[in-house]
Design a protein around this ligand. Structure first.
Ligand SMILES: Cc1cc2nc3c(=O)[nH]c(=O)nc-3n(C[C@H](O)[C@H](O)[C@H](O)COP(=O)(O)OP(=O)(O)OC[C@H]3O[C@@H](n4cnc5c(N)ncnc54)[C@H](O)[C@@H]3O)c2cc1C
Length: 310
């Protein structure tokens, strides 16, 4: 055995809810399993103050607590969680070789659970007020804005879909879009234009998010008139794109135009023995509960795949 090579039945890249759930299932199927994560295990959950829609926590759970409990459960089953970054994937006959910044991991099955990142506006105030009026997820945070006036940034399918969802909660919302027309599909546009709670601020970009301890407004630049103004609001939902963390995933694994990994209902990619789970896969609803479900599914079918190799 080569010194920098480590051998596993199942290697899991990403220690968020998808990766941790996959590890719990793979370890309980008595497969020699490991997780690598380039950061602390827990994934995006670590950056979420309160999660109120994960079953089993009637009063909600702090993201950090939930992440810690999931990681503990995987560790208790003997799964090592290594702080290591995946850099590439290769195949050597039936072996899958995962190249990392610390060496090579040789596995018989691989589960990619590296999540995705919401694109940021990268304007002053955004990072400071994230979770204090700045949000990237309607399903997660809509309840916090009941009967309030908010701003939604973006004009694509996700922005309009989320805006329509948010109208079930808020008093009124204003869609800020950098162009004079939306990019979203026509049916969504029609629904948005027909919704009395939705107003539009065209040809404008957010240049700053204003607020002390919480959001109190957004600074807008009208690109046509070059005028700047402050628009008062209690919440800013930003939907300007989502990027899957698939930079290290080679072309042999099929992806959508946006880079999300294409899987079937078993979470199988087009490459035998390689699975994808959670936010990183195409058609994900990008929630903790769905990520965990995907991870369980991927590990279940990875175990069946390993049976076929024995
Ligand atoms: C602010 C915020 C609030 C949210 N609130 C809620 C909520 O209330 N309810 C809800 O259900 N969902 C919520 N979500 C969404 C939820 O957190 C995600 O859907 C979920 O975490 C996805 O899990 P995942 O395991 O697929 O990916 P992630 O949680 O993103 O985990 C992926 C992991 O992979 C690691 N990784 C990435 N690339 C590499 C690499 N090359 N090598 C090694 N490791 C790598 C990352 O470090 C990360 O730990 C929220 C998200 C955010 C950002």
């Amino acid at each position: 055995m080569c010194a920098d090579k480590r051998y596993f039945d199942v290697a899991i890249v990403g220690g968020g809810p998808a990766g941790l759930a996959a590890a719990i299932y793979a370890a309980r199927a008595r497969r020699k399993t490991m997780i690598l994560d380039k950061a602390l295990a827990g994934g995006q959950v670590m950056f979420t103050a309160l999660i109120e829609n994960y079953p089993g926590f009637p009063k909600g759970s702090s993201g950090m607590e939930l992440a810690d409990l999931m990681a503990q459960q995987a560790r208790n089953l003997g799964v090592p969680i290594e702080m290591e970054e995946a850099r590439g994937i290769e195949r050597d006959k039936k072996d899958i070789i995962l190249r990392t910044d610390k060496g090579e991991i040789v596995a018989k099955a691989l589960i990619i659970a590296t999540g995705s990142s919401w694109k940021k506006l990268n304007v002053p105030g955004e990072a400071e007020l994230s979770g204090r009026g700045v949000s990237y997820c309607g399903t997660c945070d809509a309840m916090l804005y009941r009967d309030k006036e908010i701003v939604v940034v973006g004009g694509g399918d996700t922005a309009i879909d989320e805006a329509l969802f948010l109208t079930r909660f808020v008093k009124r919302l204003h869609i800020v879009h950098r162009r004079g027309e939306l990019r979203a599909e026509k049916i969504l546009q029609e629904r948005a234009f027909a919704n009395e709670k939705i107003g539009f601020i065209w040809d404008s970009v957010v240049t700053k998010i204003v607020g002390d301890q919480k959001v109190s407004g957004v600074e807008l630049l009208n690109k046509k008139t070059n005028e700047t103004s402050v628009f008062p609001t209690e919440g800013v939902f930003i939907f300007v794109g989502n990027e899957p963390n698939t930079g290290f995933v080679p072309e042999m694994i099929s992806k959508t135009g946006e880079g999300q990994i294409i899987v079937n209902i078993k979470m199988e990619t087009n490459a035998p023995g390689i699975y994808a789970a959670g936010d990183v896969r195409a058609e994900s609803i990008r929630q903790v509960v769905s990520a965990a479900g995907d991870g369980a599914t991927a590990a279940w079918y990875a175990d069946k795949y390993l049976d076929t190799l024995e």
